[in-house]
Structures are given as C-alpha cells and as structure tokens.
Design a protein around this ligand. Sequence first.
Ligand code: FA5
Length: 348
Amino acid sequence: MVWELFNLLKTAEEEISSVQNEKDLENWRIKYLGRKSPLSLFFKELKNFSPSEKKELGEKANEIRKKLVDLYEKKKNEFQAENNLNFSLAKKDKKANFFDITQPGKRIPLSHLHPLTLVFNELTNLFGNLGFQIVEGLDIETEYYNFDALRIPEDHPAREMWDTFWLAPKDKKQKSKLLLRTHTSPMQIRFMEKHQPPFRIIVPGRCFRYEATDFSHEIQFHQIEGLVVDENVSLANFKSIVNNILMTFFRKNIEIRFRNSYFPFVSPGIEVDIKFKEAKSSVYKNKWLEIMGAGMVHPELFQNVGYEKNQWQGFAFGLGVERLTMLKYNIPDIRLFFSSDIRFLKQF
Ligand code: FA5
C-alpha cells in the first residue's frame, strides 16, 4: 500500500514538471492533494489498521504528503515570481511610452536670412517700387566689359582703382582676358548693347578686388548698379532717387553728402557719403562713410552702343551693399559678413 503511495509521488513529480500555467497547477493540486485524492482516501483508511501499523503507515503517508505540498509550493512560487516580473516589465513599458501632453514643446532652431540677403531684399523692393527692372550680370567678366568698354584702357591710370583677380586663359584663341568682375558697371554696356531707352535697371551682384582688407574693405563684396536712361534725365533726378531710397531704407535721421569724383565712364562723376548720427558703433558714429560712386553716363558709351547722338541722357551709380548693411545694423567690421560665425548670424 505504502509502495503504491511512493509510485503516486513519482507520477506526481513527473506531471508537475510539465505544468505550464496556474490552472494546470490547480488541477494537479486537486488530483494529488484534494479531498478525493488517493492520499486523502488513504488517511481515511488508516483507522482500520492496528495502532502500531497506523503509526508507521501514518508517518510514511505524512512524509509523502509533505513532499507533494513542497512540490506544489515550489511551482506556485515560480509562477508568482514570473507574474511579478511581467507586471513590473509592463509597468516599465507603460512609463517609457508615457507622453505628457502638458509639457511645453521643444524649440526647433530656425535658420536665419543673412543680413546681406535681408538688405538685398529690401533694396530691390524699394527700387522695384520706383519702377526699376532687376537685371543679373556675370561674376566672371571679360577685360573688355569690365574695363575697355567703360573707357578704362590698359594703360589708363584709373585701372589702379580696381585691383583685379585675373583668371588664367582657357585657350590662346580667347580674345579678351577673363577676370573676376571688380564692379557691377560692365552690365551697363551689356544691357545697353541689347536694349533701347528709355529704361531704368538695377544690377545686384558680387564683386571682387585684390586689395588689403580693413573694417570697411573686403576682397569680395556686393554692389547694386543702377542705370537710368531717358530723354530728360539729370543729376537732380539722381539726387532725388538716392534721397528717397536712403531715407526709406534707414527710417532714421541720416545726412547725405554728394562729392565731386572721377570715374572714366561718367561725366561728371560723384561720390555719395552718409553720416549716421545715431550709430552705436564708434567706427562710424558721426563720421562720413562712402557708400556709392555715380555720375551722368559718358556720351561716348551711348555712341559705342549705337544710340542716337544727343537724344539720350542717363545717370548710373554703384552702391556698396555691405556698407549700407553695416550702418543699418551697427556692424563694426565688414569682415564679419563672411566669417561664418554663427553667433554673428544668429542676431538677424
Ligand atoms: C565703382 O565700383 C564704380 N563702378 C561705381 C560707379 C557706378 C561709378 C556707376 C559711376 C557710375 P567704387 O570703386 O567707388 O566705384 O565702388 C563703389 C562702392 O562699392 C563704394 O562706395 C563702396 O561702398 C563699395 N566698395 C568698393 N570697394 C569695396 C571693398 N573693397 N569692400 C567693400 N565695399 C567696397
């Protein structure tokens, strides 16, 4: 009889090792430890034995019972530990996916327009409002358009005003030497060759000069060339346009000064300076800063492009964009524009 109980224990051990869930474990418990289990029935039968047999068999049966209970407890603890782990993992996962919609959003850094772009946009709009058409020129020019066509032949001392980056010739057949344009004035000729007056144009563009840099001189900078040709155009018109543009652009009290100057392609030639009393930077506070060269188009230019003699008059100007930007935004040094310093650029 006891022998049967030991066999029962062996089967119970085998079965519990393949129990996969709590429901199967409960079934196992009922089968081996429940009220109708062979062990419980065995305990009921004990009363039929003699006292000495009862003692011996009872001890054996209790031993088996204890082993069955241990097996059950062990398995139950395993399931409990597994459940706890799953629960804490689920909790952790929930925490990881938690999204607090009340948190303020992250600021996305926005890019900035370069101060020169801002000024280009503003100036081209202002000129556009006055009926100017925008024309684009070329960064690489020929010696002819940059100098000769503007009455600056090779031996002319005025060429020294524009220290030049020359480009290596592409081949020997090339008629005119190539260079990085030193000013936007070559477009005066290129445009007049193809268009009949009346017209008013501006040519925004980059220029290059092989010269020493300082706070107001760079080797690359920008100009806006202007050219107005009509039947009755005078320096008075030029002065009025310059006053109008600069006063609107600065929206502040500035002084404008027109000085005599010399450029071979205009007659008379003038230069324009401005003084900005409220400038914060001591570099140009209460000081005159030259911002453009200008003048009445030389009649020889009209003749060379085939315009009717004495019919047309015009004025032209070349405006330094960096200088205007420096004054407007209180930038003390022109070299900051191309320094790629993010701290500088972020201010605009
Ligand atoms: C000229 O370049 C002439 N083409 C202007 C002109 C046009 C005259 C039409 C007559 C008729 P100038 O070299 O002075 O001129 O340059 C004109 C402006 O460009 C200057 O007043 C200045 O504002 C700017 N500029 C000239 N050189 C530099 C430089 N190295 N760095 C920054 N700005 C410059």
